[in-house]
Structure formats: structure tokens, C-alpha cells
Design a protein around this ligand. Sequence first.
Ligand SMILES: NC(=O)c1ccc[n+]([C@@H]2O[C@H](COP(=O)([O-])OP(=O)(O)OC[C@H]3O[C@@H](n4cnc5c(N)ncnc54)[C@H](O)[C@@H]3O)[C@@H](O)[C@H]2O)c1
Length: 343
Amino acid sequence: MRVAEGGSVLVTGGAGYIGSHVVAELLAAGRRVVILDDFSNAARDVPERIAAIGPGAPELVEGDVRDAGVLDMVFSRHEIDAVVHMAGLKAVAESVAEPLRYMRVNVGGAVALMEAMLAHRVGRLVFSSSATVYGLPEANPIPEGAPLRAVNPYGRTKLVVEQTIGEVVAARPEFAAVSLRYFNPVGAHVSGLIGEDPRGVPNNLFPYVAQTAAGVRERLSVFGDDYPTPDGTAIRDYIHVVDLARGHLAALDFLLAGEGAGRHLAVNLGRGRGHSVLEAVAAFGAAVGRAIPYAIAPRRAGDVAESVADARLAAELFGWRAGLDLRRMCADQWAFQSRLLLR
Ligand SMILES: NC(=O)c1ccc[n+]([C@@H]2O[C@H](COP(=O)([O-])OP(=O)(O)OC[C@H]3O[C@@H](n4cnc5c(N)ncnc54)[C@H](O)[C@@H]3O)[C@@H](O)[C@H]2O)c1
């Protein structure tokens, strides 16, 4: 990061898949980091693995982001200059089954966190939003000004939090925030020490492909080959998780430099180019050195044919662009998966 501040960055959900990479990049940039995580969806040894990457180690506070007492303790004991809020629940199908839990955790967590930030005069927030807020996009690539219409409870929690952040900034102009709308984060840290290790059956393509390549699963199901795309399979804007993490540092730099004061900006983080499911599967096979077995299955309800970011705003505002390509995403995901098999 360019701005050398004395304090720490608080990363809620910092032991999670994306959070661990954000923490690793912050440490690499020489920042002090405090993780707040309840380990509801993270392995206990993630902070140790982040420390093994180095330099330095994050401070760890184990607790729930909705717990006002824990938040008060964190902000009182540590000099925090900015917060990256990533703690939350993220499985679309689960959100359909348990909408109230998703509201309670995702919206309740953001509210409790912002109350504590205001009480402790911490006014810089980066929030993990999602391309899900665009619902079924009218056109691709999708600019930030596209209509917002979340089509499931998970996406609605992201929209409600974005809107609430906007209202807080309007009421308290000393507050400045960026909501980052992620497209499809994949891959892992080049060390192979941190990555996505979902519990149970993976919801996302890459962990499933990696487990299939490793022989943990027999074959991959490709959901739908009759979409209006060149090979009939759905197109996504895959972004390497390390690029995504660096996007957070660029957004923090922007906020800590005093840019965006009194504003809430929503910014896409994607590469601005899409790959079909079959292209991604072929690239993974090339990284592993053998073809990945797959079978075509019916479309999944709620999946869109294509979702690709208009990635220009992040470049204009933060000078950030995603540089790592599909080949690197596959190679790094495979390195992480291979290491998991050895543990
Ligand atoms: N992975 C994606 O494809 C994707 C896409 C768009 C947006 N996002 C958002 O990015 C954020 C991080 O996603 P991820 O993929 O790293 O998920 P993850 O589940 O790996 O990480 C979330 C972390 O938050 C922690 N957590 C959950 N509830 C908590 C609570 N109440 N208090 C404290 N900690 C809590 C979990 O233990 C976990 O470590 C989430 O907000 C998610 O909605 C993810």
C-alpha cells in the first residue's frame, strides 16, 4: 500500500477464503492487521498459515462480528484506521432455505460493525459485496450503474448492506466507504498454504473441479449446455483471489488518502473478460496434465447465461487491474488442492 499509516486494518472474516488472501497481501505491504473471525467457516490454523507466508503475523480476535462487546474491545485495544468487512454467510441455496439467518448475520453484522466504527471514530470501510446484486443482467459487461435486483436472499442482504452504508455516509460525512462487487474469485496463494477448502460438497466450480482432478469426486456436473453462448455453457468473469485481494488494498489506499471522503462508492472487481465453464475445465485439465471427467446436467435454477464485469471504474479510481490469467488461477488452485491431500 502506498499510504503508510501507523494503525492496523481490521479484517472481519479474515480467516476465510478471500479474507486470508487480503490479510496476506496487507502483511506483504507492511500493514498491521487484526483478524476478527468466529471460525464458523474457516479452519483454525489459517492464521498460522498466513503467518508462515509472512512477513509478520496477524493479531487474532476470535468472536462474532455482531457482538458489540467484542467490537468495543477490538476498537479500544487496537488503533484501527480502516476496516475490511468480509465476515458473513455466502451460500445462495442455503440463503433460500434460511433467509432469516442470512439477514441476521449479514445485515446484523454490518450494522453492529458500523455502530462500533462510529462510536470509535473509525471512518473508512471496505465492504465485500457481490455481482449477485445485478441479478439477471440485461447486458454484458455489467457497469456499476446497471439495475440492482437481487434474485435471492443472499443477494438481498448484500443490497441492504450497500444501501445502509450509503445512508450512514449521508448522515455522517466523515465516513467514507467502498463496496466491492466481486465477480468469481478463484485460485489460491502461490505458496499453496491458503486457498478455498469448502466443507461438504463445493457450491462453486473451481473447488469442485480441483476435487475431481484429485479423485475426491468422480466427475464434475456441468449445469447446462444450451445457454446462448458459443459452446452453450455459462460464462463467468473468473478473477484470481490474489488480484481480488490486491483490489482491496487499492481501495484502502484510495480511502486512506482521503479520496472518496463523504461518499459511498460501489466498484466492480473482475477482469472484464469471461470464460465458459468448458474453457475453465479444459484449462484446469491442462494445469493438472490430464482431462477432467465431466457430464452435462440440467441448468440450475437462478443461474445466468453470462456475467462479466465492466472493470473500468476500479482502474480509473484505484489504478487497479487484475493481471493474473486463467492459467495461473488453475495452477495455483491445483497447487493448493495438492497440498491439502498431503495434510
Ligand atoms: N467467494 C465468493 O465467490 C464471493 C463472491 C462475492 C462476495 N463474496 C463475499 O466475500 C466475503 C468473504 O467470502 P469468502 O468466500 O471468503 O467466504 P468464507 O466463508 O470463506 O469467509 C467468511 C469468513 O467469515 C467468518 N464468519 C462468518 N460469520 C461470522 C460472524 N458472524 N462473525 C465473525 N466471523 C464470521 C467465517 O468463519 C469465515 O472465515 C463474504 O462476505 C462473501 O459474501 C464472496
